[in-house]
Design a protein around this ligand. Sequence first.
Ligand code: FA5
Length: 343
Amino acid sequence: MMTEMIANLKNTFQEQLDAATTSEALEAVRVAFLGKKGPVSDLMKSLRDMSVEEKKEAGQSINALKNYFEEAIAQKAAALEKAALDMAVRSAKKYNPSIPADKEVGSYHPITLIARDVEEIFSSMGFTVEDYAEIVDDYQCFESLNIPKHHPARDMQDTYYLENGQLLKTQTSAAQNHIMKKYGAPLRAIFPGRCFRNEATDACHENTFFQMEGMMIDKNISISNLIYFMKTMLSEVFGKKINVRLRPGFFPFTEPGFELDISCLICGGNGCPSCKNSGWLELCPCGMIHPNVLKEGGIDPEEYTGFAFGLGMTRLAMMKYGIKDIRNFNSGNLKALSQFESN
Ligand code: FA5
């Protein structure tokens, strides 16, 4: 009696299972056969009226039926899922890398453009372009630059230290020692890089900005060489004569050191937030490389002299492209950034 009932149930179940072609229909079959009001539940309830002997045999058959339903439903669910996935793949648009993009052409970031300009200018004057790490150690960023531990000059560059004792470089000067050791003298090199300082940001200060460092070391290099290269670079970048002023500046790694400011091109020198209302923008600190720094780089300061500069490249880009707020560079604002050349 029970055997016959189970065989019939299996037949009906199979018919309904075959007819279920969606996950919703399959769920309805599950509820119909395994739910509280379904046949499995009814059969379970019928055990109450059976003798112990009958109960044992019938219980096993009912459990086997329940497992049979559950397994069949799980298999069908997996099959439906696979079919849905196959359908989605078949109907999805095929990726074809040879089709040209329609509207979004993309564009270079203004920092990339200005870096290329400056690199081209200095390359044409015999400078090599060097690459350097963003994570450096204390020796590279400070000690090799004549800035021992606890030197007050460190306070000017609020530094992000990493847990392992390394730091995010605060200045491209961090590569000076490495490059001196790599090439020795004479050398001419520029090295662009991203710098990090824990700054309160405003229209002309960012916590992440770019500098372009340069060094020239040879016999008889003097301040007049420095001024010549700085002026040539600026007039090439801007395509016109630029007003500059040189003030004394202190850097432990230069002797003497200077601040080279350019007249603010955003306000024409009248004063605006981009130049902190001074009419001048501090753009390129520079100086003659300190003998201690040459010595630390393995170069004899009795034989060689050299100059170094640390151009504020993000600020240079502000001036060149008339960008009033430095925060636009890192904003990811495509409206602002996509205005630049796309070649
Ligand atoms: C330096 O970093 C020196 N290493 C530069 C140098 C190199 C001097 C070689 C002498 C010889 P300073 O901290 O002034 O100096 O930064 C250099 C330039 O980076 C600044 O003139 C400015 O244009 C830019 N700069 C500095 N801090 C920021 C900032 N928070 N946001 C944007 N630009 C900055």
